[in-house]
Write a protein that binds this ligand. Structure first.
Ligand code: SF4
Length: 210
């Protein structure tokens, strides 16, 4: 089986296992997803959801984030890792979205990665989940680990891994692949003790004996 076939088979099997795969972050509009994704760096999605459950009731619009003081916003997200930098980024991103994009989150990779706190991974998550646009593949720690274990990459750099996955994956599945690998990484292919015996990818995975 070559790597293209392996990706096809991985998606087919994982879709059966996780039929409703999507981002675990809660949001009700693109800017809320932008905020949640910025907060999620080095933080679990479940913790981000706990914080945003309160935050999104307090801040209803992009303007609310732009008009509040950074100190106030820092206090509101203080239980999150790197809250000082993240509050600053959210505040600056809100101001930029208002000024440059008429208060609407932009829909292109080039525009998104100009926003403070937004790199390719965040932009891919926003494009795919908020707008249904597949412009790339979000490579987080789970996608990186599973791609390596499945033998799809030997690289360590997420940008290089993304390029390799793009070559192997039909475009319409780019968003799905990321969600499916993340779910499988959380549930079965754990970082420390992967549950090989329970894994639906066992027979096609070169790392089943690690
Ligand atoms: S067989 Fe093991 S290493 Fe391979 S994907 Fe499954 S859990 Fe991960």
């Amino acid at each position: 089986m070559d790597n293209k076939e392996k990706v096809f088979e991985t998606i087919r099997r994982l879709k059966r296992l996780y039929p409703n795969a999507k981002t675990a972050l809660s949001f009700s509009n693109p800017f809320e997803l932008l905020v949640a994704t910025i907060l999620s760096a080095q933080t679990t999605d479940s913790h981000v959801n706990k914080v945003t459950e309160v935050l999104f009731k307090k801040y209803r619009s992009v303007e609310d984030y732009a008009n509040v003081s950074i100190e106030r916003l820092q206090t509101d997200i203080r239980s999150i890792n790197f809250f000082k930098t993240k509050a600053k980024n959210i505040h600056e991103a809100a101001k930029m979205v208002i000024k440059k994009y008429n208060s609407k989150v932009p829909k292109t990779m080039e525009e998104l990665i100009e926003l403070p706190g937004v790199a390719r991974k965040t932009a891919n998550i926003i494009l795919s989940n908020a707008f249904g646009i597949n412009e790339g593949i979000a490579v987080d720690t789970h996608v990186k680990r599973l791609s390596f274990r499945l033998g799809l990459t030997k690289n360590d750099d997420p940008v290089k891994i993304e390029k390799e996955l793009i070559e192997l994956t039909p475009k319409k599945e780019w968003g799905n692949l990321s969600h499916l690998l993340i779910l499988h990484g959380r549930n079965v292919c754990l970082a420390k003790k992967p549950k090989h015996d329970e894994c639906v990818l066992f027979d096609i995975c070169p790392s089943r004996n690690i």
